[in-house]
Design a protein around this ligand. Structure first.
Ligand SMILES: [Zn+2]
Length: 154
């Protein structure tokens, strides 16, 4: 993000086809290229005047974060008019629920198995081949192997 000190209008003023005045509230955050596309989304969703009023109520040291989140929300809303960025929040919440359930399952299995089998030594553990990049699958795989060992030993 660059200010329009170079002389040209900032991305917001360029989009609005107006003169970029000295001290323009948008200038530090919307450059004349990518900033213009971002501002187009902000204007479409929130309106330039509302965005300007909002920024003026925010202390200058918090405005960058404000602009980043405004752009994120606006771009998400343009992409998904129904859910906007809430679609992403829902998806992350469901992912967190799934991972918590998986973690609880794995912890329960580990705790059960620890009562039946000795903990493998570091050398044995590191000699097993990791075939997947997903650490949660990796952990499940080890639990399944331990399950089989337990079944065989009983
Ligand atoms: Zn401007």
């Amino acid at each position: 993000m660059r200010s329009s000190d170079g002389g040209g209008p900032c991305g917001a003023c360029k989009f609005l086809r107006r003169k970029c005045i000295r001290g323009c509230v948008f200038a530090p955050y919307f450059d004349s290229e990518q900033g213009m596309a971002h501002f187009a989304a902000v204007h479409k969703v929130f309106g330039a005047s509302n965005a300007s009023k909002l920024l003026l109520t925010i202390p200058p040291n918090k405005r960058l974060e404000t602009v980043v989140t405004l752009c994120y929300e606006a771009l998400s809303r343009v992409r998904d008019p129904v859910y906007g960025c809430v679609a992403h929040i829902f998806s992350l919440q469901q992912q967190a629920v799934r991972l918590q359930a998986e973690l609880a399952y794995v912890q329960a299995r580990i705790s059960t198995l620890q009562h039946h089998l000795p903990i493998p030594s570091q050398a044995e553990a590191s000699s097993s081949v990791c075939t997947t990049m997903d650490p949660s699958l990796h952990l499940c795989h080890h639990v399944c192997v331990l399950d089989q060992q337990l079944d065989n030993s009983m």
